[in-house]
Design a binder for this molecule. Structure first.
Ligand code: PLP
Length: 374
């Protein structure tokens, strides 16, 4: 039936998610609880206790359709960021909003500008809509906004800037962003993906561009700091005219009520967010100082994961799996020598480091050797 499928799908390589705990537990024949998953940048503390309770309460109403308009959650988000409800759209994860952007703005032959090692979903969604991906070099794994603005042509419809970026953990700062925004022409939609925004001590302000009515969409999610990845809930912030267009692209009940209730309660639980930030910063410091000590090259991270160069990424990934630890191999990002590890709880981080040290002391894996920094 391939010959009847849309041609752009023939070349599309489906997104490769982190290996589910269930899969590995089944393969190793051990209980879920014994697996350490550091593969998808999830919150190792889980959801906030308040979110948990709100979701349990909402299960009683699981037979009712949700509020498709997401009134209370959108209101709370708007209040928190100092915008109005008309500036907010909910998504089934913020990934879904990337798809809405494709529905709304992309046609075959259009161009989408991304940094070379940016989040894979931008690429996939561009391809899905038959747009051409314009890949801009990112020296030292940092998005080069000057080069990205230079890559804009009359055919460019969207530019994606993940800040901080996944899988590199690098970020761009206010001055570069402002210079970029001065140069970007009016026909281009600039998408700032701030999935890891809450982990930053000092974050650049891009909402000012939403407020100024620029062609900007800011994406955020409850999957990372809020620990609600399973529920699939994220949001986009933009000028009301843009939100109105994106709203037309969505299914009526794309954000389920249990997720909305959990997100609303989580948003108000500052203590849980603070605890998560603390665990993340401590864990990240530990991972990075251990990598340094082991002589492994890594990319200093602004988010809740670290990209580290281990030699043969796939072999290290497989060897860690056999020890019950799931990380992410980076071959699909064109980085076969690297793995990405999410920051876990301190005991999890220590188990991971001990396993990595064991692999290193075995002289790498099956002839593959660990690469020294530099
Ligand atoms: C994890 C992540 C997302 C969030 O995806 P959801 O669909 O909200 O779970 C978005 N962008 C980037 C860069 C991410 O790493």
């Amino acid at each position: 039936m391939w010959k009847y499928a849309n041609p752009q799908l023939l070349e599309l390589v489906a997104y490769e998610p982190g290996k589910p705990v269930e899969d590995l537990a089944r393969e190793l024949g051990i209980p879920h609880g014994e697996i350490i998953k550091l593969a998808s940048n999830e919150n190792p503390l889980g959801p906030s206790p308040k979110a948990r309770q709100a979701m349990i309460d909402t299960i009683e109403r699981a037979h009712f359709y949700p509020d498709g308009g997401g009134y209370y959650l959108r209101e709370a988000i708007a209040e928190q960021v100092g915008l109005s409800m008309a500036n907010v759209i909910l998504g089934n994860g913020s990934n879904e909003i990337i798809e809405f952007l494709g529905h709304a703005y992309l046609q075959p032959g259009d161009e989408v500008v991304v940094a070379r090692h940016s989040f894979a979903v931008y690429r996939l969604m561009a391809q899905l809509f038959g747009a051409k991906v314009v890949d801009v070099a990112d020296p030292d794994f940092v998005a080069d906004l000057d080069a990205m603005s230079a890559a804009i042509t009359p055919k460019t419809k969207e530019v994606f800037i993940a800040n901080p970026n996944n899988p590199t953990g690098t970020m761009v700062f206010q001055a570069e962003i402002d210079r970029f925004m001065e140069r970007v022409p009016e026909h281009v939609m600039v998408v700032f993906d701030e999935a890891y925004y809450e982990f930053l001590d000092e974050a650049p302000d891009v909402i000012k561009y939403v407020r100024a009515g620029r062609n900007v969409v800011v994406l955020r999610t409850f999957s990372k700091i809020q620990g609600l990845a399973n529920l699939r809930i994220g949001y986009g912030l933009a000028a009301p005219e843009i939100i109105e267009v994106l709203q037309k692209a969505r299914q009526p009940f794309n954000a389920n009520g249990i997720a909305q209730a959990g997100a609303l309660a989580g948003l108000r639980d500052k203590a849980h967010m603070d605890a998560t930030r603390r665990v993340t910063h401590e864990g990240r410091d530990l991972l990075q100082s251990e990598f340094l000590e082991m002589g492994l090259e890594f990319v200093p991270s602004h988010a809740n994961f670290v990209l580290v160069r281990v030699g043969d990424g796939k072999k290290v990934f497989d060897a860690l799996l056999r020890r019950g630890i799931i990380v992410r191999a980076m071959g699909s990002y064109g980085l076969p020598e690297w793995i990405r590890v999410s920051v876990g709880t301190m005991p999890q981080n220590k188990v991971f480091i001990a396993a990595l040290r064991e692999l290193a002391s075995e002289g790498g894996l099956d002839g593959g050797s660990l690469v020294k920094a530099g």
